[in-house]
Design a protein around this ligand. Structure first.
Ligand code: AMP
Length: 110
């Protein structure tokens, strides 16, 4: 399968990793939109949130919390968001949560 995040998880494409456990990997977004911008990705391929099983959902959300802490934005605040499908502006079809912080984010969501 030609999936860039599967290749990152397999170590075939380099990434700036900030977190890893048995089920989840997090790395810095290549085009950061905030001082902190990491992507939290399940190692198992799934297209988006609609394909996410319960165990993966828990693992990914726990990793989001761990990344927010390790990146130093858990106290100042951050945004965790997943884009889903064409109207959701999902460009990589492998489930990922963006973790954004390090500045005051816009209140606009869309
Ligand atoms: P989305 O538009 O929600 O699907 O987000 C995909 C994100 O993946 C974008 O913010 C891209 O900048 C990011 N991205 C794409 N390729 C890479 C890569 N090789 N390493 C890190 N981030 C990437």
């Amino acid at each position: 399968m030609d999936c860039i995040f599967c290749k990152i998880a397999a170590g075939e494409i380099p990434s700036d990793r900030v977190y890893e456990d048995e089920f989840v990997l997090a790395f810095r977004d290549i085009h950061p939109q905030a001082p902190v911008h990491a992507l939290v990705v399940p190692k198992k391929h799934m297209k988006n949130l609609l394909e996410c099983d319960d165990g993966t959902a828990v693992a990914v959300l726990n990793a989001v919390k761990a990344v927010a802490k390790s990146e130093g934005v858990s106290e100042s605040g951050f945004r965790a968001v997943t884009n889903c499908g064409p109207d959701g502006a999902q460009s990589v079809e492998h489930l990922h949560f963006h973790v954004l912080g390090g500045r005051q984010l816009s209140g606009r969501m869309g």
